[in-house]
Design a binder for this molecule. Structure first.
Ligand code: PMP
Length: 370
């Protein structure tokens, strides 16, 4: 069987998460801290918009770059937020879709992509699959944006720097100063910065800064999956200033030959989603963040997350995180070992996107294991 597979399949490794799922298969009603999606459902008003769109016959392909009205609305938002005149906008099938298109449009074999470690797992595997080389900039132990390390890592082969704030898996939100500093570093060699802002709404201690405010060679990715709990609707957008319009154009061309377009009726619902007020949902998630931080902060080494719905916690003892994760799973708590998101295996990720009861139950068990 092995001989029929393309070489690139050997560059993808799903073993970390698979191991957790294999261990979890036997559990009854576990505390599930492993899932990267909100525990609420799509708001009813947005479900109605999707149903309305289906009934109105918006069931065929949309334009490759996305529904005209949705793109117009996104364009207006981006213009107002970043002051970009005529921004390039592409509606993608999830941020995942946008990432694949961006990497395909930008990465030649041997090109280097600088990624703060820990990182969202998809970056590494997609870059590897396309023959690029990941260069990791260590952000332990505080998980702040490692601007100096990124600057030191730049070579003549550097194609892209990736920023993800609020960050999966750490929940850390990078400051304005850090974003400005990175913008200066990138501008010196005119390196493109890709900013993954899928958790932009889940921001608990003030507004989340965007590097797009400080650097025009920024490729911005924002999604609908997390903000409105529509992970299955596969919707996101990519935006850039005119200085990167050729990149977005090439991405659109690749979309034409791959995804074709994002799901049309859900694009119609996304127009309403852009105006949907999420502050109540975010407030509920701020409380969950506090529950986790207050519940574990005195027993574990843990940076207070400022956004997203993750906490990246140092595993106790010297045995490494994987061993602690196995122990936690044996005690009915599903967590993910840090080496899924990092070159190190010292921490574990908690996703607190679950009910407050489950969070309290999970905290109690983890405290006993500390
Ligand atoms: N980026 C980050 C940082 C994520 O955590 C996720 C989802 N886990 C994605 C991108 C992909 O999300 P989607 O494809 O659903 O938009």
């Amino acid at each position: 069987m092995k001989d029929i597979l393309a070489d690139r399949t050997g560059k993808i490794d799903a073993s970390g998460i698979r191991k957790v799922f294999a261990l979890a298969a036997e559990l009854k009603d576990p505390v599930n801290f492993s899932i990267g999606q909100p525990d609420f459902d799509v708001p009813d008003a947005l479900k109605e918009e999707a149903i309305k769109a289906i009934k109105a016959g918006h069931n065929k392909y949309s334009q490759t770059a996305g529904d005209r009205l949705l793109r117009e609305k996104i364009t207006e938002r981006i213009k107002n937020e970043f002051g970009w005149e005529r921004p390039a906008v592409l509606v993608a099938s999830g941020v995942s879709g946008g990432l694949l298109l961006a990497f395909m449009a930008l990465i030649n074999p041997g090109d280097e992509v600088i990624i703060p470690d820990p990182y969202f797992v998809m970056y590494k595997h997609l870059v590897n699959m396309l023959g690029g080389r990941c260069v990791f900039a260590d952000s332990y132990p505080d998980f702040e944006l490692p601007v100096e390390k990124i600057a030191e890592a730049i070579t003549s082969k550097t194609k892209l720097i990736i920023v993800n704030s609020p960050c999966n898996p750490t929940g850390v939100v990078y400051s304005d100063e850090q974003m400005k500093a990175l913008a200066e570093v990138a501008a010196e060699k005119e390196i493109i910065v890709m900013t993954d802002e899928i958790y932009e709404k889940f921001c608990y201690d003030g507004k989340c800064p965007s590097i797009a405010n400080y650097y025009d060679k920024t490729l911005l990715l924002r999604g609908f999956s997390k903000s409105y709990a529509m992970t299955g609707w596969r919707l996101a957008y990519v935006a850039a200033s005119q200085s990167l319009s050729n990149v977005v154009e090439e991405m659109t061309k690749i979309q034409q030959y791959t995804f074709v377009c994002a799901p049309t009726p859900f694009q119609k619902a996304a127009i309403a989603a852009l105006d949907y007020e999420t502050s109540d949902l975010v407030e509920a998630y701020r409380k969950k963040r506090d529950l986790v931080y207050e519940g574990l902060g005195d027993k574990f080494e843990l940076v207070k997350p400022g956004g997203a719905f993750y906490a990246f916690v140092k595993a106790p003892g010297a045995a490494g995180a994987t061993q602690f994760v196995e122990k936690a799973i044996a005690n009915n708590v599903l967590i993910i070992p840090g080496n899924v998101f990092s070159e190190k295996d010292t921490h574990f990720r908690i996703s607190y996107a679950t009910s407050d009861d489950k969070i309290e139950q999970g905290i109690e068990i983890l405290r006993k294991l500390a």
